[in-house]
Design a binder for this molecule. Structure first.
Ligand code: FUL
Length: 469
């Protein structure tokens, strides 16, 4: 889908001017579709909700999983009202309790008082509310007796196959790198150690996903489709490349600095996904009811994740009733409304755009070239150029949205923004990368023109969107 709020320079006579060549690694179709989603919700729910733990030991009785008013339609309703595009559910967390009707273990929801397949209920609710559905399946399993042996890998793949076969389209599969078994001793009787790098034999597992759900992106510390951002606090690096030297990464094997910033000389398209919880914990704890993130905190997270070229997966854990707590729900919906308000009017829609270089053209602009489709590109070799949005009347601006035409790779290495004030250009900000989306937030300036200067780029420039708010 093309951006809503665009103001672009179309390539002059775009039929005749060849498109820029791709620059470095480029996203796959499934990655491009994933970029467009931008934000979705994580749901952490398991026995932990009832034991007040974050990492269950694996010896919990199925009997304790007893939500009294569980309603995934309530979750989906809130999520969609807040403008989020999907839900990723912890089908199995580290404690090994399965939220679906699996035939591979008795340690599952059908043997709990709840007695129904929650993966089915959540996937149905997502479909009903127009949301995407994804699954988290913890590799680390503190319940399964075979964990640590090759037999467990078969078990894991069988579970994955069930999840990817019986619940419709899956947009994302979340492979968590956390693994206490690599040397940490914490469980009831857990003394099993594995080598995170060799034990799971990931490439074969990834093939299962590709075969059963070709549209699904896979998340882990090392992709293969999107990467952990290196922290759980809700921020990507200010410099954030969508590319990474993939061979150096694997689930559970993370250089957090590189994950946070990407790598300018990356070999693969591996964009960042920012995972963070609306509460201090990933699971619901009553004692955290007064520590739910406020709209302002969520807004900061938004600008530090989506505004820094990442996708956002925001965790909203159901309580012991199986409902989203009223504070979480109120804050989430208010956050969605605040976002809509902030980006309701794109001032660039009334602007006239002029660029210092337009691919294949000696003309700097034409009114007809400013349109809602296409993108602005420069001639091959032109890696420094400016695009100026001029307005008839002064406007007050406090947000700028920039997007690169990432289908052809990520290029921009440095840029600055200037505003025309009393006949003088004033620099508002200087930054590095753009990627899928970069949003700059600054004190309001009243101006009649905004200039975006691309000051360094790996190849000719290709910008999809310049939005002013
Ligand atoms: C981590 C896990 O250990 C947490 O419990 C949570 O699931 C988070 C999203 O990932 O690695």
């Amino acid at each position: 889908m093309k951006k809503l709020s665009l103001v672009l320079l179309l390539l002059t006579a775009c039929i005749r001017v060849p498109e820029p060549a791709p620059c470095g690694p480029v996203p796959s179709e499934r990655q491009l579709a994933w970029h467009e989603l931008e934000r979705y919700v994580f749901i952490h729910f398991t026995t932990n909700t009832f034991t007040d733990l974050e990492w269950g030991y694996g010896d919990e009785s199925e009997q304790i999983f007893n939500p009294t008013a569980c309603d995934p339609r309530q979750w989906a309703d809130i999520v969609s009202r807040a403008g989020f595009k999907g839900i990723v559910l912890t089908a199995k967390h580290h404690d090994g309790f399965c939220l679906w009707d699996t035939k591979y273990t008795e340690h599952n929801i059908m043997n709990s008082p709840y007695g129904r397949d929650l993966v089915l209920e959540v996937s149905d609710a997502c479909r009903e509310y127009g949301l995407k559905f994804g699954v988290y399946l913890s590799p680390w399993d503190r319940n399964h007796p075979d964990y640590g042996t090759p037999a467990y890998i078969d078990y894991y793949r069988n579970q994955l196959t069930e999840l990817l076969t019986n619940y419709g389209d899956i947009f994302e599969v979340w492979f968590d790198g956390a693994n206490g078994g690599t040397g940490w001793y914490g469980g009831a009787d857990e003394r099993r150690h594995i080598d995170n790098l060799t034990y799971y034999d990931w490439p074969l597992t990834w093939e299962i996903v590709r075969k059963l759900q070709p549209g699904a992106v896979m998340f882990s510390d090392g992709g293969p489709d999107c990467r952990w951002v290196g922290n759980e606090a809700g921020f990507a690096g200010e410099t954030n490349w969508c590319i990474l030297r993939k061979a150096e990464f694997a689930p559970g094997h993370a250089d957090t600095y590189a994950l946070n910033h990407g790598q300018e000389d990356g070999t693969d398209w591996l964009p960042a996904e920012v995972d963070v919880s609306i509460r201090p914990g990933w699971f619901y704890h009553e004692k955290e009811d007064d520590r739910v993130k406020s709209v302002d905190q969520l807004m900061d997270i938004y600008y530090n994740s989506i505004g820094r070229n990442g996708n956002l997966i925001l965790n909203v854990p159901p309580d012991r009733r199986g409902l989203i707590h009223p504070t979480d729900s109120a804050n989430l919906i208010a956050f969605g409304e605040a976002l809509e308000e902030e980006f309701a009017h794109n001032l660039a829609a009334q602007a006239r755009f002029e660029a210092s270089n337009v691919r294949g053209s000696s003309r700097r602009f034409a009114a007809s070239q400013v349109a809602g489709s296409g993108y602005w590109a420069t001639d091959d070799g032109v890696t420094e150029a400016s695009i100026t949005a001029s307005l008839r009347k002064p406007v007050t601006v406090s947000r700028i949205v920039l997007q690169e035409h990432i289908a052809l790779g990520q290029r921009v290495q440095a840029f600055s923004i200037e505003a025309l004030k009393d006949g003088q250009w004033e620099t508002i900000d200087s930054q590095t990368t753009i990627g899928h989306k970069r949003i700059l937030r600054f004190d309001p300036v009243t101006t009649t023109a905004i200039r975006v200067n691309i000051t360094a780029s790996k190849a000719c420039i290709a910008l999809d969107n310049v939005g002013l708010y």
